[in-house]
Design a protein around this ligand. Structure first.
Ligand code: CTP
Length: 392
């Protein structure tokens, strides 16, 4: 999504659209906000102007710029028109083809995908007139997101609340997703593993699982059948993704190997513990009886084993390095017989474990290195998929 037109209409939820604009911008989109006059009563255009670094337009009859008429020019190269919140009034006008303000005119002149986020009082949302209008827009190819249930601004409980901005962003991304992984069975591993010394103590690492979960979500958006094999994390698996919870590296090994035959790709984003205590005590070790050294055993390298029996499957590994970053990663690619390795330099600010961003390079079998800038892991997941799809 490089260019997003964000239409904001006059509902109380308009304040949430400022956060939505920010999320689009943070994920690399140029955002042009167009407000109805009623929306400008709720939120000042200056708020959007500051967040998007370009003027938020309200006026229909403002001056022309260059040779083009504003509503046509605004649509140049737009990837999507997102209307959030969309009031019953604007939805009605869109369904009937009215063009009485800049936003409704823009909708009629658009030829890009249109995403509509209805937001209104529950009785309005359930009114047959609104329902018919929404159905009409869906039949016309618009993507309409169901509102959330909850307490509405009018104090009533019900359906009609504008969903959270991050969910709207994801809905939009899914609506535009290319479907290039449709029919593929893909395994994603995520999170850390835990190797217990006793029931309350373990060896682990700071992985949050976010990279793997973002990949699972992105794959699902692009049509794949995803199995997410996850170590312990605080994340919620994306809807529609089969999730297998594991704790130890050995459990992850079993879970992955069991499903490997039926899959065509593996994204091995988990930070698997290389070591485990040679012995796990059955009961909590008391301070007084604690040994001062623990003997470790090496865990099996899951990815290495997959590389041995890879066949025509695509294997994507991850490497987190602190020195000789690209050489070490390229070595792992060779040694584990991978197709791609995604490497991050843990010394870079904003890269690596337990942060929402990452800065990586993607290395392929020919040794070609693609360096990507710092970006959100959700956005990075799609970049990785864009690169991996070329191998299919
Ligand atoms: N990996 C794995 N099984 C292990 C260890 C790692 O499948 N027991 C996978 C990880 O999921 C990751 C890749 O191998 O995709 C690289 O992990 P990393 O820990 O960076 O590499 P190691 O091979 O363990 O090398 P080292 O720790 O020596 O850098």
């Amino acid at each position: 999504m490089e260019k997003v037109i964000l239409g904001v209409t006059g509902g109380i939820a308009a304040y949430k659209s400022a956060e939505l604009a920010r999320i689009f911008v943070r994920n690399g989109a140029a955002v042009q906000v167009v407000m109805t006059p009623a929306a400008a009563e709720f939120v000042a255009p200056l708020t959007f102007q500051t967040l998007t670094e370009r003027p938020a337009f309200v006026e229909m009859y403002a001056e022309r710029s260059g040779d083009k008429i504003r509503h046509i020019e605004l649509l140049d190269n737009a990837d999507v028109l997102v209307i959030a919140p969309a009031t019953a009034n604007t939805i009605g006008k869109m369904a009937c083809g009215f063009a009485d303000n800049l936003l409704t005119t823009l909708y009629l002149a658009s030829d890009c995908p249109v995403v509509i986020i209805p937001s209104m009082n529950v009785n309005m949302y359930n009114h047959p007139a609104v329902r018919e209008n929404i159905d009409k827009l869906i039949r016309r190819g618009c993507f309409v997101m169901d509102p959330d249930q909850g307490e509405l601004a009018c104090g009533v409980y019900g359906s009609g609340r504008m969903p959270e901005p991050l969910d709207i962003y994801r809905f939009t991304r899914a609506a535009l997703a290319p479907g290039d992984y449709r029919g593929r069975k893909v395994i994603v591993t995520a999170g850390p593993t835990r190797e217990h010394l006793d029931p309350v103590r373990y060896l682990s690492n700071p992985s949050s699982g976010l990279m793997g979960y973002s990949l699972a979500r992105a794959l699902q958006e692009r049509g794949a059948e995803v199995t997410l094999i996850s170590g312990p994390t605080h994340l919620t698996a994306p809807a529609g993704v089969e999730t297998v919870a594991v704790t130890t590296a050995e459990e992850m090994y079993e879970a992955v190997l069991e499903r490997f035959d039926g899959c065509s790709m593996v994204f091995k984003a988990a930070a698997v513990s290389d070591f485990r205590p040679l012995e796990t005590k059955e009961h909590k070790v008391k301070k007084g009886e604690a040994a001062y050294s623990v003997e470790l055993a090496l865990n099996r390298d899951i990815l290495y084993e997959l590389g041995q029996k890879k066949g025509s499957r695509i294997l994507v590994g991850f490497a987190a390095e602190t020195e000789d970053v690209e050489q070490n990663a390229a070595g792992k690619l060779q040694r584990k017989n991978l197709d791609l390795v995604i490497v991050n330099n843990l010394n870079e600010p904003g890269a690596g474990f337990a942060v929402s961003t990452n800065m990586v390079s993607i290395i392929d079998r020919s040794g070609e290195v693609e360096k990507l800038p710092l970006m959100d892991k959700e956005q990075l997941a799609h970049h990785i998929l864009d690169r991996a799809v070329r191998l299919l």
